[in-house]
Ligand binder design. Structure first.
Ligand code: FEO
Ligand code: CA
Ligand code: CA
Length: 745
């Protein structure tokens, strides 16, 4: 998510604004900037917004577009040697449609509200639908593919029948209700819909006449929502800080919430990351007087502040819907005699990496607490090696937060890839291990620092006295503060291509600046080296690191359990016309310039790395997009000192510059949305990705006037009810190559 929302009876709030990391971690010696002056670097051009529509309408009114001189010759069967990135780059666009290269077809596969069980009515999309626990949830985010054989058994190579596991991060609230949302106190019926629109959707898809479609009555179909009972697993199970009125032994909680990125385990289950969950909770004014000093430190570090006179408002006001526990639990204040009498610890039940076995609609869902609690984006496994531990890479998406790695206690056993009991396999690898946090050094090296009481720096932290190992995991941010982890420019997705190196998107950070800093502001450092000013539209000034970058890491010795790594910056987001010495460092052109990289997924079927944007900086020129990349290797560029003028220089480690053979724009989405979540069929011939929150900028006041909706996608592409004046819907798009080849070639 990126855009602010206008919420009933409360101020607009961007849930990625959370920046509670004001710890005094050291900055880098390499920062030579001490000058107070900040030099404005106006972008040198806006690139071409012209769209060369050549392919005509394909699929459901979805346009194909491209360079025009590269129409692929039909081939009977794709050869392994198909050239990657041979498609024509899609031009930047502000149109309200999905554009893919010439020679490709994009089709809407499913959208929020689509029925997931027999007998559930088709989605009317007029704000009167209900029963979302049996419909596709809202605002699709991360997504994973789970292959099935023709007979419906798990099959890692199944390319004709499968399950999609789709995160439903939050809601495009204005469009879920007939007249937009009712202000607080929220009607229970509206809250029930909104709670059920969150979580995860498991949906079967199967090919009919060669094309995937949803199987509405599949027994695999399942919704796990913000109300579904879930077990805690691992070190925090039964922890005193998880005791609530609902679970007096601290073993269970209701719901997985604000599900952002995903991961797929080597044993074929879904990992879903709980990201901006903290904003869902109400904390009463004066609550801090009823807590220990330590508890207040912990709540503040996760962004849940209340003062003696000001409450922390909840995002949607769900706690105002009545006395029933299912509403009251969203008030995470001290209201009872003990923790077992109220929901003071309810907020401690979110912020985990949660595992779902998509292949069993009745399987137990587990929060894997050993992977730490923070604003989880996704989870990417290192390449599993028999006899070695598994590494899981994790990002905490808020400004100035950290990058983490979990290393399993158990060594990988190949047979576990097809183990029948996938939940037990998750217990084996994800309930015991060591959590680490990353520290990036200016010389291109880095350390993974263990976060446990075995680390004396954690055990002796003056800022917070950790009670036990569970406390360390629940408050991993504080443990990261203790060891001086590197504050990053908002870690979003991570991905591990075939090389085994680890790529992390750092989407942007408005808090970077040269000179004196206060509060959450930071000077740049080697791993987050850019500070500049960009102008959006006529006059909106955005400063810090407005366009984001992608950092990558190589484990020492290629070992999953390595405690040291080398790193460089693979890609700098920038406008093509921006100065090449400090902003457009990756030499981006009109065919591949981008801003705010967020989604990042490696697809083994083609060997491509897909970069998705969730941007608010370049949106005067283009809607958010999907780019295909050929990954390189750490060290393929070299050391470089960036001179921002005025004595402000930053030394960093660059990857090689991008070219038309390494990075190319593959799709541009409709207006006022982000492109996120991506997976492919094992044969590489069908690519799926999500369109999240189209039309989100539509204000509540305009719900009655479709001419004022900022998007009508995918109704205007012929999907579902409403046509050209439809309410917009988050949706999943599938893309195929017209010649039957692999997507991205
Ligand atoms: Fe849900 Fe960090 O994006
Ligand atoms: Ca994201
Ligand atoms: Ca984002």
């Amino acid at each position: 998510m990126n855009k602010p929302q206008d919420l009933p009876l409360q101020p607009a709030h961007d849930f990625n604004d959370e920046d509670s990391n004001t710890s005094s971690n050291p900055t880098f010696d390499s920062i030579v900037s001490a000058r107070l002056s900040r030099r404005s670097l106006l972008r040198g051009g806006v690139g071409s917004a012209a769209t060369a529509v050549l392919g005509g309408l394909t699929g459901l009114g979805v346009a194909a577009c491209g360079g025009g001189d590269d129409d692929p010759a039909p081939v009977p069967a794709p050869a392994p040697a198909e050239a990657l990135l041979a498609f024509g780059a899609v031009a930047k666009s502000l149109e309200d449609k999905m554009t893919v290269p010439a020679g490709y077809t994009a089709t809407v596969l499913l959208a929020v509200g689509d029925p997931l069980a027999a007998g559930v009515a088709a989605y009317k999309n007029d704000g009167t639908d209900s029963g979302f626990d049996q419909r596709v949830g809202d605002n699709h985010d991360g997504m994973e593919y789970f292959g099935l054989s023709a007979a419906g058994a798990p099959d890692a190579n199944g390319s004709d029948r499968a399950l999609l596991g789709i995160n439903n991060e939050y809601i495009n609230q204005v469009f879920l209700h007939r007249n937009g949302p009712t202000p607080n106190p929220r009607p229970a019926a509206e809250t029930d819909i909104e709670v059920d629109c969150h979580g995860v959707t498991i949906v079967e898809i199967a090919k009919t006449a060669g094309k995937f479609a949803v199987v509405q009555n599949s027994p695999f179909n399942r919704r796990v929502t913000a109300a579904t009972p879930i077990e805690f697993s691992g070190p925090l199970r039964g922890h005193p800080l998880l005791v609530t009125k609902f679970s007096t032994d601290g073993t269970r909680v209701r719901g997985t919430n604000n599900n952002c990125g995903t991961g797929k385990t080597p044993w074929g289950t879904l990992l879903t990351g709980e990201e901006n969950w903290v904003g869902y909770y109400f904390r009463a004014a004066g609550d801090q007087a009823l807590r220990t000093a330590k508890a207040n430190v912990a709540l503040a570090r996760y962004g849940l502040n209340a003062t003696a006179t000001a409450a922390a408002a909840s995002r949607y006001g769900w706690e105002t819907s009545g006395a029933d526990d299912k509403y009251a639990r969203w008030n995470t204040s001290v209201t009872g005699a003990t923790a077992a009498d109220d929901y003071r610890h309810e907020v401690n039940g979110q912020g985990y990496m949660t595992e779902i076995d998509a292949y069993s609609a009745t399987s137990v869902v587990k929060k894997r607490t050993a992977l730490g609690r923070f604003a989880h984006e996704n989870a990417a496994f290192g390449k599993p090696v028999v006899g070695k531990p598994l590494a899981v890479y994790l990002g905490d998406d808020a400004r100035n937060e950290y990058i983490y790695k979990f290393v399993s206690t158990q060594n990988w056993v190949a047979a576990d890839a097809t183990a029948a009991n996938r939940v037990a396999t998750g217990d084996k690898y994800l309930d015991s291990g060591k959590l680490h946090v990353a520290k990036f050094n200016a010389d291109g090296t880095g350390q993974w620092i263990e976060l446990s009481l075995a680390n004396p720096t954690v055990a002796g932290f003056a800022g917070y006295a950790f009670a036990d190992e569970g406390d360390v995991l629940m408050h991993a941010r504080l443990a990261g503060d203790a060891v001086g982890a590197t504050k990053m420019d908002r870690p979003e997705w991570c991905a591990v291509p075939g090389s085994g190196e680890v790529y992390f998107t750092l989407t942007n950070n408005s808090n970077r600046r040269f000179g004196a800093v206060t509060g959450a502001q930071l000077n740049p450092d080697a791993a987050n080296p850019r500070v500049y000013t960009d102008i959006r539209g006529a006059a909106t000034v955005q400063s810090g690191n407005p366009n984001g970058h992608v950092i990558r890491m190589k484990e020492n010795g290629g070992e999953p359990g390595a405690t040291a790594f080398t790193w460089d910056i693979y890609l700098f987001g920038a406008e093509a016309g921006a100065p090449g010495n400090v902003i457009n460092l990756s030499a981006l052109t009109a065919d591949n310039d981008l801003s705010s990289p967020d989604g990042l997924v490696y697809t083994p079927g083609t060997g491509l790395l897909w970069v998705q944007t969730d941007d608010g900086a370049y949106t005067d020129v283009t809607n958010c997009m999907l780019l295909a990349a050929v990954p390189g290797t750490v060290g393929d560029g070299g050391p470089q000192t960036l001179d921002f003028g005025g004595g402000n220089t930053v030394a960093t480690r660059m990857g090689k510059k991008q070219t038309a053979t390494t990075l190319k724009r593959f799709a541009v989405g409709p207006f006022d949305q982000e492109i996120t979540g991506l997976c492919e069929t094992p044969d590489g011939k069908v690519l799926f990705f999500n369109v999240q929150h189209p039309g989100e900028g539509t204000t509540f006041a305009n719900i009655g006037d479709p001419t004022k909706f900022t998007s009508h996608f995918p109704g205007n592409a012929g999907y579902g009810a409403g046509g050209a004046t439809a309410r917009p819907r988050a949706c999943t798009v599938m893309v195929t190559k017209n010649d039957g080849g692999r997507v991205g070639t």
